[in-house]
Design a protein around this ligand. Structure first.
Ligand SMILES: [Zn+2]
Ligand SMILES: [Zn+2]
Length: 169
């Protein structure tokens, strides 16, 4: 994607380095606009919110997630939206350090429910699975930490690492 390449080129110039282009895919679900997978050097975009919001979505979400990857490469694991990330956004990529998105999530909100596990990964469950949990028919486990997923009522208010979640204000 051109926008991603442009921001990456800018970052490499400013940081005097040569990072590879991250993999870009459209696997982000729920009300989260995008997320960055630090280990796999990958950016996930929410296809529904992208379609609904057009170029403004790309302009907001791509530098936000790219900044997470760049910060990880340069500083290792630090606070998701801390000093390093803000510096990467404003000084390196030249965009405002906005932590949350303001896209309308009406169409994606009803489809999934956010669950949490012990490793704090956010899991989006479909309405069907969510209802099974409520009825006590099923339990779901986190693939990473193997703990049982618990419905997070306040999920939308919590910003999980590397996710660009809705603005609650
Ligand atoms: Zn987990
Ligand atoms: Zn973020």
């Amino acid at each position: 994607m051109q926008t991603l390449r442009d921001y990456l080129a800018r970052a490499c110039r400013v940081l005097k380095t040569d990072y590879p282009e991250p993999e870009l895919n459209y696997r982000q679900r729920g009300t989260t606009a995008g997320s960055a997978c630090l280990q796999t050097w990958e950016i996930r975009l929410n296809p529904v919110l992208l379609t609904e919001n057009g170029p403004g979505f790309i302009q907001d979400v791509v530098p936000h997630e790219l900044a997470h990857l760049l910060v990880y490469r340069r500083f290792g694991r630090v606070a998701p939206h801390g000093r390093e990330w803000q510096w990467m956004m404003t000084e390196v990529l030249g965009v405002p350090a906005v932590r949350t998105h303001r896209f309308d999530v009406t169409s994606v909100r009803a489809r999934t429910f956010t669950y949490r596990c012990q490793c704090k990964t956010a899991h989006e469950l479909t309405v069907r699975r969510h209802n099974k949990v409520l009825r006590g028919e099923s339990q779901y486990l986190c693939r990473h930490c193997k703990s049982t997923l618990v419905w997070d009522n306040s999920a939308a208010a919590i910003s999980s690492p590397c996710d660009l979640t809705p603005d609650q204000s």
